[in-house]
Design a protein around this ligand. Structure first.
Ligand code: GLN
Length: 195
């Protein structure tokens, strides 16, 4: 499997290192035409307003929407989750808008309010997953075929799945725990409506 990692801005290198550790080839996606060459796609964390701007200025918006519609696995982490959501609080331009989740940006506060939490993630075996949240969004709603797969103790949704689409508020690429990347790369193809 060749996994594309959108490399317009953000922590795409860390995702590639995790993928390499699992034996997967990965490619930094900087031009829309490269999407034809990959079997799955990760949209990394970073600054969603910046990535959204670069998506539009680099002609990526429709190609990314088309890629999501192929049924190949797509995973957005943190800013990437914001970009996948159909509804976002406080994003100054459209993202990719393909997943039936609503998201609130920077919902835990500023950078100093970054924190870690143990999560039980539906479909991820082997005990709690130590998740790192950095100026993270929360998933305020899931609709249609989207379902929550992880929540904080207070019920706040921090991961959701909709068929081939996966969104996490946290950053599994920086913890050394490869289970979330393993979960993603074993997601079967299938359109988001198949969930
Ligand atoms: N706060 C950022 C945003 O809204 C996301 C932070 C991150 O990806 N770590 O774009």
């Amino acid at each position: 499997m060749v996994v594309g990692v959108l490399a317009l801005q953000g922590d795409f290198r860390e995702h590639r290192e995790m993928l390499a550790g699992l034996g997967h080839n990965s490619v930094e996606i900087r031009k829309a035409g490269q999407l034809d060459e990959v079997d799955a796609l990760i949209i990394p964390g970073g600054e969603s307003t910046t990535i959204a701007r670069l998506i539009i200025s680099n002609g990526f918006q429709q190609p990314l929407r088309d890629f999501c519609a192929t049924g190949k696995p797509v995973w957005g982490t943190c800013a990437g989750a914001i970009l996948l959501a159909k509804q976002v609080d406080d994003l100054d331009r459209p993202g990719i808008e393909v997943m039936d989740i609503s998201v609130s940006r920077n919902a835990f506060g500023r950078q100093v309010d970054s924190f870690e939490a143990n999560l039980d993630i539906h479909g991820v075996e082997g005990g709690p997953f130590r998740a790192v949240f950095i100026r993270a969004p929360i998933i305020t709603g899931v609709a249609n075929g989207a379902t929550a797969i992880a929540t904080l103790e207070d019920g706040t949704v921090v991961a959701a799945r909709q068929g081939n689409l996966l969104a996490t508020s946290f950053h599994p690429e920086i913890t050394g725990d490869e289970r979330m990347h393993r979960y993603f790369t074993s997601m079967r193809n299938g359109r988001s409506t198949d969930a």
